[in-house]
Design a protein around this ligand. Structure first.
Ligand SMILES: Cc1cc2nc3c(=O)[nH]c(=O)nc-3n(C[C@H](O)[C@H](O)[C@H](O)COP(=O)(O)OP(=O)(O)OC[C@H]3O[C@@H](n4cnc5c(N)ncnc54)[C@H](O)[C@@H]3O)c2cc1C
Length: 195
């Protein structure tokens, strides 16, 4: 899954753990890790705990991290057979943060093309990066068609709390999100069919 993130200078200085812990809802890595089903190991002098990334964020720039904890591992489970992944963000300036970001992972049952599992991570459309659970429900267990892709986009747009700012209005973000969900699931599906 390609992640187009900032400039070369920013990529060389910033760390993935720092980006994840910063909790910016427009960050690129969080939706990707959500779509990959990642878990985070949070460590302190008292021991470790594992938190699923979709339970890590609580509000704008807020996480469940305690003051005595560090993120010490990002655990990404092995990708099953017949799986495809995709991520893209919509923004005006190439190196800028996402106006909307969407990541998708699609796993097929086999050559029958039935969607066995799907995870969709959304960025910049709510106070935190989050999973599009209703959109996933539209697709799981079915053979994905254009009609279902449209329905998934519509469902995802009901799971958001977008803001209006200098980059885009809330309504515009939701419209872009619908298209991005369709495109990213379609791209992940295409890769899964080739896997
Ligand atoms: C010009 C510019 C463009 C950018 N464009 C993008 C972009 O396109 N996409 C994108 O996603 N981001 C973008 N960013 C954000 C940037 O990627 C993040 O700020 C960076 O990744 C943070 O990493 P860091 O290592 O510097 O973290 P820091 O700034 O050092 O840390 C961020 C926060 O996390 C905490 N922290 C850091 N590491 C840990 C840890 N291991 N455990 C617990 N807490 C920790 C710190 O205490 C701090 O509160 C951009 C930033 C700039 C300046």
């Amino acid at each position: 899954m390609e992640m187009r993130l900032a400039s070369i200078q920013t990529r060389n200085r910033g760390s993935i753990a720092g980006n994840v812990c910063h909790g910016d809802p427009a960050g690129d890595p969080a939706p990707v890790f959500i779509a990959l089903g990642a878990s985070l190991k949070l460590s302190s002098a008292k021991g470790d705990r594992i938190v699923k990334i979709d339970e890590f964020y609580t509000d704008y720039f807020e996480t469940v991290l305690q003051h005595n904890e560090l993120l010490t591992e990002i655990q990404v489970p092995p990708v099953p057979a017949f799986t495809g992944t995709a991520y893209s963000k919509f923004n005006i300036i190439q190196c800028d943060m996402a106006t909307v970001g969407v990541a998708a992972t699609v796993t097929l049952s086999g050559k029958d093309g039935v969607c066995k599992d799907v995870k969709i991570g959304m960025g910049a459309v709510a106070p935190t990066a989050k999973r599009a659970l209703k959109a996933e429900d539209v697709l799981r267990g079915k053979k994905i068609t254009d009609k279902l892709l449209n329905e998934a986009g519509e469902a995802a747009a009901t799971e958001t709390e977008p803001i209006s700012d200098i980059h885009a209005s809330a309504d515009y973000r939701n419209e872009v999100l619908k298209i991005m969900v369709r495109r990213m699931v379609a791209e992940a599906l295409s890769q899964a069919n080739k896997a």
